[in-house]
Design a protein around this ligand. Sequence first.
Ligand code: ATP
Ligand code: MG
Length: 563
Amino acid sequence: MNMEEKEKPVDFIREIIREDLKNKKYDSRVHTRFPPEPNGYLHIGHAKSICLNFGIAEEFKGLCNLRFDDTNPTKEEVEYVEAIKKDVKWLGFDWQDREYYASDYFEKLYEYAVELIKKGKAYVCDLTADEIREYRGTLTAPGKDSPYRNRPVEENLDLFERMRKGEFSDGLRTLRAKIDMKSGNINMRDPVMYRILHAGHHMTGNKWCIYPIYDYAHCISDSIEGITHSICTLEFEDHRPLYDWFLDKLGVYHPRQIEFARLNLSHTVLSKRKLIQLVQEGHVKGWDDPRMPTISGLRRRGYTPKAIRNFCERIGIAKRENMVDMSLLEYCIREDLNKKAPRVMAVLRPLRVVIINYPEDQAEELEAINNPEDPLMGTRKVPFSRVLYVEKDDFRENPPKDFFRLAPGREVRLRYAYYITCVDVIKDRTTGEITELHCTYDPATRGGDSPDRRKVKATLHWVSAPNSIEAEIRLYDHLLTVPDPSEGKEGKDFKAYINPKSLETLTSCHVEPGLRHAAVGNRYQFERQGYFCVDSDSIEGKPVFNRTATLKDTWAKIEKKLI
Ligand code: ATP
Ligand code: MG
């Protein structure tokens, strides 16, 4: 089904919102947020959350904030903030003037913490991190009260203030919520609210040496911003009672939290913690390596915002985790580029062909169609001459039965050009490698049609050797060799499944002369080869192309199997 003709998405979250609007909850407002932590680049999983949060705001005439959850100064950087903003914009969403930071609320969060201490709902604890873990208990065993749990309010206030003033070293004390060490929900066992960390922050510099924990900061940030529907992934379901507790004890505005299943995509990883390892350990060339499932990687690979948004719409929103096959993402980019990308000819692994009956001093231009899917894209001229390149794969000296392309004595069509027949195979005397084919052409077949309706079984792409431009072409395959590395045997790390063949670089490809000045980011279909995008590594006169996707639609096959 074509996405543009499809109805607006329906899912359980939109149902809830419709119901809330009907009941005039939250003054009939819809206000969502996308809350990334700036500790890495965004990936396609984040795109799902972005499309959901911004999409809902658009649909229900509400607002969506961009909020950086920046409570962890040692892992967060301005580079990530900038990259995240670029990616959200590129996907086509706009937070207008609502760019917020959890760090904007540090003062308020501190005041609220003091309020909780005064209410006897928080205390300063001197246990070390290891001791806290030990006291916490397990899923089956209850926790133990900290010996500092019943510190008088005055002492807590004094110590907390001194924590802020920097009187104590990292890790010496924490502020903890006083809830219930025996709770069946481990998140409720007196969770840490503040820790001491003498570290500079990308927004607040050296103003603070205590930092709020994510769980404490997140729910209050939502409350301060007046978020109506706080949409998050399933792993936060068990944190909801804690968020409720903080907001109830403070008696402040309370958003509604709704959890949905995160996106899992086959043959890759969607976790910043893992992606950062790939970058830092040099398994890929950077966050925007075209093999990465990051937004910046997909952009460089040649993906369009529209394809990614369509993908997010197709996968839908559910309450149960599942694994989406990478071929669906590839299907979405093909669907978008099929009609949009101009078609050109490029020879990836060139084999020289000399047309022996074509006059040496002759040259001509033939008309080629830019995209048969869209007549408005018109035609172009491609040069033809005595020496051409065709694809090595398109010739077999001893063709098997089902091979219909070029072979000794066989006639094939060159697209938009002529019928040619292979009359001789030239080999390197020492290596035996085929270096050149000698062919004849039939001048009566100009344009690729034969007047006597002679049948040929194959049509090949080609380029004219003296006119073509040399190019580098990078072919990509899955980052991982298995669909789901977490299913790995013997608890193997995901890096054990890195595909050593995820990148193949071809350095002496030949493309049509019209691509000489192709701009970085331009996308093409190379006939019979796939979709390609001009990479930023291109230099004047030598373009570099990334293969965005092949032409083979493996999704159609999977879909058929499912039906
Ligand atoms: P990661 O596991 O990659 O580190 P994260 O949840 O820690 O992801 P955040 O920056 O906190 O990263 O994520 C911002 C928002 O994006 C959160 O609301 C989170 O729930 C959502 N999100 C993250 N990963 C996915 C995913 N795979 N599918 C859908 N939403 C996601
Ligand atoms: Mg997170």
